[in-house]
Design a protein around this ligand. Structure first.
Ligand SMILES: Nc1ncnc2c1ncn2[C@@H]1O[C@H](COP(=O)(O)OP(=O)(O)OP(=O)(O)O)[C@@H](O)[C@H]1O
Ligand SMILES: [Mg+2]
Length: 376
C-alpha cells in the first residue's frame, strides 16, 4: 500500500518555479491516496499557471514513479486575486452557492473531434439524471451517431457502474488517456481514476480542473455528440461547468413533483443565463405502469413537466415511466436501451434521442448535424 507520506516524499523532489520543494509552497491541496490511486491539486495565481504547468507534469511523473502507485492525477488550478474582473455571469452569493467557482478562466475548448457537447442536468439530485444520460446516449447511438459520455459528476461518479466498466484508462504517453468504452460508447469518468470509496474532499476549483483534464487530455477521437452527466444541482460547480465548457445545449431531467419542477426551473434559468440553449425537458419517473395489470398510474401527478416546459418556453422531449426494469438494468450496469433494444423503454429513449438530435441539427451544432448526402 502506498502511503501519503511516500507521495509527499516524492513530491519534495519536485521544485516550484522559484526552487522550493513543492510540499512547502502552500499550494498543494490535501493529497488523496486510495488503492494506489493518487489525486491532488496545485492552486496558484491565474497569471502563473503557464509557469506551473511543468511543475504539475513533474509532480505527476514523480508520483507515478512511486512503487505501488497505479495512477496519478494532478490538477493545476488558476485562482485570480480577489477583486479581479470575472467573466459573466455575476457571482451567485445571493443564491447561497457553496464552493467558490473558479474565476475569470477562459472557456475550456472542447476536444477537437467532438461535434456537439450536450449537458444532461437537473436542479436536484436523485431524479434519474445519470440513468437518463446513459440511455439517451445509447438512444443517440441507435439513431446513428457516434457518442461519447463524460461523467462530470466529480463528487459521485456513477457512469462506470451504470455501464459496468471496470479498469483504468490506458496512458497514451505524456498525460493523455485513452477513454474507456462500453456498449459502443466512448466513456470517461473520474470514477476510473479515483477509487469509489475515496472521500470527495475536492474544492470547487479542483472540480473544474479535473473536468478540464477529462475534456482535453483524453483522446476522445471523432464523436458526433458528447453527453455530459452533470453533477446535481445549480450551485457554482454546475454554473462554472455551464459557463466554461462549450456546450451546444442542455437537457434538463425532472420528476413530475412540484418541488423538482422548481428545481428544474432553476436548471433552465442557469443555462439561459450563460447562453446555453436548453434543448428541452425530460420528465423521468413520469408514470407507473402496473406490472400486474398493465394499467398506467400517474402517481406523481403526471404532466407537470410538460406544462412547465411550455411555460418556460423550452421544448418537452418526452416522458420516461417509473419502471422496475429501468431501475434494475441501470443499477446492474446493463442499461435498458442496450439490453432490451426492442422493449418499450428503449423505444421511449430512442424517441427522446431523436428529438435531441433534431434540436441539435436545428441549432446547427457541429457534426451532430450531419448533412445527408444521397449518392446517385
Ligand atoms: N425511470 C426510472 N424508473 C425506475 N427507476 C429509475 C428511473 N430513473 C432512475 N431510476 C433509479 O433511480 C435511482 C437514481 O437514479 P440516477 O442515479 O440516475 O439519478 P441521478 O439524478 O443521476 O442521481 P444523483 O443526483 O445522485 O447523480 C437509481 O436507482 C435509478 O436506477
Ligand atoms: Mg447521477
Amino acid at each position: 500500500m502506498v502511503s501519503k507520506q511516500e507521495v509527499l516524499a516524492a513530491l519534495a523532489q519536485v521544485k516550484s518555479p522559484d526552487g522550493a520543494p513543492l510540499p512547502q509552497t502552500g499550494k498543494l491541496s490535501d493529497v488523496v491516496v486510495s488503492d494506489g490511486k493518487v489525486f491532488f491539486s496545485i492552486t496558484v495565481d491565474a497569471a502563473l499557471v503557464p509557469q506551473w504547468e511543468p511543475v504539475r507534469k513533474a509532480a505527476e511523473a514523480a508520483v507515478r514513479a512511486v512503487p505501488g502507485v497505479t495512477s496519478a492525477m494532478v490538477a493545476l488550478t488558476g485562482e485570480r486575486a480577489a477583486g479581479a474582473a470575472r467573466a459573466a455571469p455575476p457571482p451567485r452569493s445571493a443564491q447561497g452557492g457553496h464552493a467558490q467557482a473558479p474565476r475569470g478562466e477562459r472557456p475550456v475548448q472542447g476536444p477537437p473531434g467532438v461535434g456537439a457537447i450536450v449537458a444532461v442536468a437537473s436542479g436536484k439530485g436523485g431524479v434519474g439524471k445519470s440513468t437518463t444520460a446513459i440511455n439517451l446516449a445509447l438512444g443517440l447511438r441507435d439513431v446513428g451517431l457516434k457518442v461519447g459520455v463524460l461523467d462530470a459528476d466529480i463528487y459521485g461518479p456513477s457512469v462506470p457502474k451504470l455501464l459496468a466498466i471496470r479498469g483504468r484508462p490506458e496512458t497514451l504517453g505524456g498525460n493523455r488517456l485513452r477513454p474507456m468504452t462500453g456498449y459502443g460508447l466512448t466513456v470517461m469518468s473520474i470514477g476510473f481514476l479515483v477509487a469509489e470509496e475515496t472521500p470527495m474532499i475536492w474544492r470547487g476549483p479542483m472540480v473544474m480542473s479535473a473536468l478540464t483534464q477529462m475534456l482535453r487530455e483524453v483522446e476522445w477521437g471523432t464523436l458526433d455528440v458528447m453527453i455530459v452527466d452533470m453533477p446535481p444541482g445549480t450551485g457554482d460547480a454546475q454554473l462554472t461547468m455551464a459557463q466554461q465548457v462549450p456546450l451546444a445545449g442542455a437537457v434538463i431531467v425532472s420528476t413530475p413533483q412540484d418541488l423538482a419542477l422548481i428545481d428544474a426551473r432553476r436548471g433552465v434559468e442557469m443555462f439561459k443565463r450563460v447562453n446555453v440553449p436548453v434543448l428541452g425537458i425530460i420528465e423521468n419517473m413520469s408514470y407507473f405502469v402496473c406490472p400486474k395489470c398493465g394499467e398506467r398510474h400517474d402517481i406523481f401527478g403526471h404532466g407537470g413537466a410538460h406544462k412547465e416546459a411550455e411555460k418556460l418556453g423550452v421544448p418537452f422531449l418526452g416522458e420516461v415511466p417509473l419502471h422496475m426494469a429501468i431501475r434494475e438494468t441501470s443499477d446492474a450496469g446493463r442499461p435498458v436501451v442496450a439490453t432490451d433494444p426492442d422493449g418499450p423503454h428503449a423505444k421511449v429513449y430512442r424517441e427522446i434521442a431523436g428529438r435531441v438530435r433534431d434540436a441539435l441539427q436545428s441549432k446547427g451544432a457541429g457534426s451532430a448535424a450531419p448533412k445527408i448526402v444521397i449518392e446517385a
